[in-house]
Design a binder for this molecule. Sequence first.
Ligand code: SF4
Ligand code: SF4
Length: 359
Amino acid sequence: MGQEDKRITDVGVPNYEDYLPPIIKDNYGKWLYHEVIKPGVLLHVAESGDKLYSVRVGSPRLLSTDTIRDFANLAEKYCGGFLRFTTRNNIEFLLTDENNIDLLTKEINEMGFPVGGIDNTIGNVIHTQGWLHCHTSASDASGVVKAIMDELYDYFVNPLLPAKIRMAFACCINMCGSVATSDIALVAVHRKLPEINDEKLRNLCEIPTVVASCPVHAIRVVKRDDKTSVEIDKKLCFYCGNCYTVCPAMPLSDKNYDGLAIFVGGKISNTRTKPTFAKLAVPFLHNNPPRWPEVVDAVKTIVKAYKNGAQKGERVGEWIDRIGWPRFFEITGFEFTKYHIDDFRLSEATLNYSNHSTL
Ligand code: SF4
Ligand code: SF4
């Protein structure tokens, strides 16, 4: 089957080349440089001299069809119908006419959306489903992120920081967002064993599947009241919720035990220093909807300390490595606890692995 034939199929995602704006197709692989020309606007210049302007718009990730239609109409009006969604859930309008930048920005602002998230800003926060959608969530996602970014809005629209901050939120430790490698990472955690309802389990769940679902082999088959059920080894369980995903008879959410942990210092980039996983800063904060004030305060404390203490270009993790973790805890006022010591039996995976080369 030739390349053309392969595209005529209803299996899998369509070929991305069919959706590239003409200017990107024409200059594919031939871009010379890019620069930030104003907050939220990138200019890419190609070898041919062609110029592409990207206007980045923050989004709450969960968008109504009406809002998406409004964005599509703006793309029709200003960008030949082309826009793209970035991996951080920004909407990027791709313009070839510089004169349209301000007109587009004005209309976006009137819709109530900010332009920003480029350069030394806090970019759009990647987040997961939360209470709105996912059955294993230990916290909400959109609600917490909204509460945080309402307070830190200026950092999205203006480059006020020494370097960029990438923030992410996952509503359980399965971490559907890119939490492990973000500068500030919020991870919702359960802290209670799944409750087993024997009656429901027998009627609803396949016991071999339940046993196999546990990544740390904490589930065993047992007989209770002479009938087959399962038990959980509380020394092994780390409250991931996988068993609940395959068996609704084992819920683990609990409003008194669920909450959030905050990690800091992760990054994916290998610029200057190697990619790193984020490390624990705050082990637990209770859910306190609708505005999560304790979480918002903790994030603001980290941002403020980083802004005041980091050198230009230094990411959060690089700043902490330079000043040392004791100093980080001193400056932020966060308590250092036994939970900060990584003694998990699989912690080998969080140690110093990297393909970073200093050659
Ligand atoms: S992080 Fe966990 S709770 Fe949140 S969407 Fe993913 S699996 Fe669901
Ligand atoms: S919550 Fe996760 S670790 Fe605990 S028993 Fe269920 S699958 Fe295993």
